[in-house]
Design a protein around this ligand. Sequence first.
Ligand SMILES: N[C@@H](CCC(=O)N[C@@H](CS)C(=O)NCC(=O)O)C(=O)O
Length: 210
Amino acid sequence: MSDRPQIFGIPTSTFCWTIRLVCAEKGQAHDFVEMIPGGVLDGVRHPFARVPVLRFRGVTVYESPAIARFLDRELEGPALQPRDSLALARMDQWISATADYLYDSMIEGVVSERLIAPLDGREPDEAVVAEQAEIMHGQLGVVDEMLCAERYLAGPDITLADLFLAPVIYWVDKTPEGASALDAYPTLRRWFRGIAERPAFRETTPLVTV
Ligand SMILES: N[C@@H](CCC(=O)N[C@@H](CS)C(=O)NCC(=O)O)C(=O)O
């Protein structure tokens, strides 16, 4: 049995990337095992047909916020969750908002239509792009405002919240709508540049081009 965290998933998934980032920020090696959503590999499966799934020390855990918190507590390395109650609430707030709202407009909406549809031999649905880009713009404005007050989403230190949002921003920046929206928010751009320059981010950036 491997003593390193094994992350089962797909390289383009922002949720999988977040879990890889957690390991890398803690300075711990992990194994990434490619498994499509709904797949079963080496006895590992996600009961709701999603990825990622973590296998570590003989147990499996699914749902990326649960995996991220578990690994942060179990692995040696810098803490990625604040001790202060309000900062912890802010971290959870941004994880939730990223997974429930920002992911929907940016990844399911803009990225899916602009970058994934052509790979599937499909024209982007311009109405969906326009609608989701407008929602995205408003959401990025909220993030930018937050980052004008604090260095990171939950305060002065990097936390899991930043590791959930940064992969979403990476992909949306690759679309014309995302890039121009980000250009309108210099503080958010600066935050993203700072995360993108961290060794953990560079080491885990997916080797896929879309
Ligand atoms: N709530 C899940 C969401 C994971 C998720 O949606 N993963 C995507 C890949 S980024 C997936 O498995 N999609 C397959 C599908 O929607 O059928 C988590 O936080 O782990």
